[in-house]
Design a protein around this ligand. Sequence first.
Ligand SMILES: Cc1ncc(COP(=O)(O)O)c(C=O)c1O
Length: 385
Amino acid sequence: MNIEASERMKNFESGIFSRLKTAVEKRKLIDQSFIDLSLGTPDIPPVEQVRAKLAEESLKKTSYGYTLGGLTRFNEAVSNYYKRVNNVDLAAESEVLQTMGSQEGLVHLPLAFCNPGDIVITTNPAYLAYDAGIKLAGAESYDLPLLKENDYLPQIKDIPESVAKKAKLLILNFPGNPVPATATKGFLTEVIAFAKKYNILILHDAAYSEFYYTKEPVINILTMPGAKDVCIETNSLSKSFSLAGARIAYFVGNAQAIQILKNLKSNLDYGVFSPIQEAAIVALDHAEEITKQVRKVFSQRYDIMSKGLTDLGWNVAPSSSGMFLWAEYPEEIDDETFVFDLIENKGIAMVPGSAFGSEGNGYVRIALVQDKALLENALVKLAKK
Ligand SMILES: Cc1ncc(COP(=O)(O)O)c(C=O)c1O
C-alpha cells in the first residue's frame, strides 16, 4: 500500500530545525564540550515546592481521570496572578481557558476564528507556531517585517486597507521570540485602535512576560484601555516556571473569543493531567518569588552574552527582555552557513535567523539556556580564529 499525506501536509515538511537537530546530535557525540544555545528550553528546574506537589498528587489513586476543561482552581490561580502582577481583572469562569501548553492553543486558534482565505497578520520573523496554525486553517498570512530601524516593532500604519479589511486575526508577541523586543504604550494603543476599526481579534503571545531586566515589568496588553474588547492573550508555565515538559498554559481575555476557543478545544482533548494542574497552581500562587529568581539568573546571562558578543564585533539587537539574543554576526555569509560552520568548527549551536522568516537572514537567535560559565566559555570559543 502506498500511503500518501494530504495536500495540507506539504506545509509541514521538516526543515531547518530537524537538520539543526541532526547536526547538533552528531557533534555532541564527539565533542564533550559542545554548547547548545539553540532551543528555548529552560535549563533551571522548577522550584522544589512545585515538583513536590506534582509528586504528591501523582501518588494519589484518584489523580488519573480525564480532567476535561481543567480545575476551576487553576482558572482562579491565573486570575489571581493577573490581578497581583498586572492589575488585570479576569473572570475565572469566562475569561480564562486552560490549554496543554501554549503551542497547542496557538496552532489550533486560527481554526476557531478564520475561514479558508482569511488573512492573519503577523510578523517576519515570528515564532513558527503562528504560521503552522495559519496554514492548518487554510488562512493566508500577511507579515509585518521586524526591522532594526523601527526598533524591531511592526509598523501597523503600513498595513494596506485591503489587507486590514480581510484580516481576522493579528498575532503579536512581546517580549518576542526570536526578536526580544518589548511594546510601548503608544504602540499598544495604536494596535488596539486598529483592531477595533477593522474588527480584528488580537492574539498576544506573552510566553516571556516574566523575562524582563528593568525595574518595571513589561506592559501587559490587557492593562490598556479597551483591550479586552479585541484581545486575548496566551501565557505559559513552560518558561517562567520551567514547566516546559509538563505542558500547561492558558488563554485569557475577551470572553466571546475564549468561549469559541473552548468549544473547539472540547472536541480536541480531554484535559491536562491533574497533578500538573495542581503543581501549576502552586507555581502561580508563588509567582513573584519564583520569577524574581528567574529574572536574576537570565539578566546576568543576558549581560554576559550581549557585552561579550558586542566586544567581538557582533551587532546585538538592544533589548531588556526575553530569553534570547537576536544578533548580526560579523561575517559576510548567510545565516545557515554561519550556524552550521559554528556547529562543526566551534562546537556551539544557535538558530539561523531565517528559520523564523526571511527577515531573519543575517541574524542568529541565541537562547540563554546555559549557565554563566558555559556562556563565558562560548564567548572564548567564538573569539578563537
Ligand atoms: C513565543 C512562544 N510562544 C509559545 C511557545 C510555546 O510554549 P509552550 O507550548 O511550551 O507553552 C514558545 C516556545 O518556545 C514560544 O517561544
